[in-house]
Ligand binder design. Structure first.
Ligand SMILES: [Zn+2]
Length: 103
């Protein structure tokens, strides 16, 4: 991994580039650890959960960083999902409004 990207908190869980160095975490300075994570995106009006995505995860704050290659791979998956070239496995899911639960 040469260039590192950060999983941004955009409404569609977009992945944003933040820096070009491998360590440490650009948010908190914590140590990064190689892990396989789930990436949740939208494509073709559907929520797509991509499993086993290689990432660097901050051991302190949990921020996730992805290489450019990984982001390109994720984008290719989303493109093929949109074009219905790959089949999605059905998963159990549900949605609700933020206000559905009161504090
Ligand atoms: Zn961190």
């Amino acid at each position: 991994m040469n260039r590192i990207l950060k999983d941004g908190l955009t409404p569609d869980y977009g992945i944003k580039e933040v820096n070009e160095t491998m360590e440490p975490c650009s948010l908190c300075g914590g140590e990064l650890e190689e892990k396989k994570v789930e990436v949740i995106k939208k494509a073709d009006g559907k929520v797509v959960v991509i499993k086993e995505v290689p990432a660097l995860v901050c051991q302190q704050c949990g921020e996730r960083y992805f290489s450019i290659d990984t982001v390109e791979h994720v984008n290719q998956i989303l493109k093929e999902v949109s074009e219905q070239k790959v089949k999605l496995q059905k998963i159990r899911a549900g949605e609700l409004d933020f206000k559905a639960v009161a504090l």
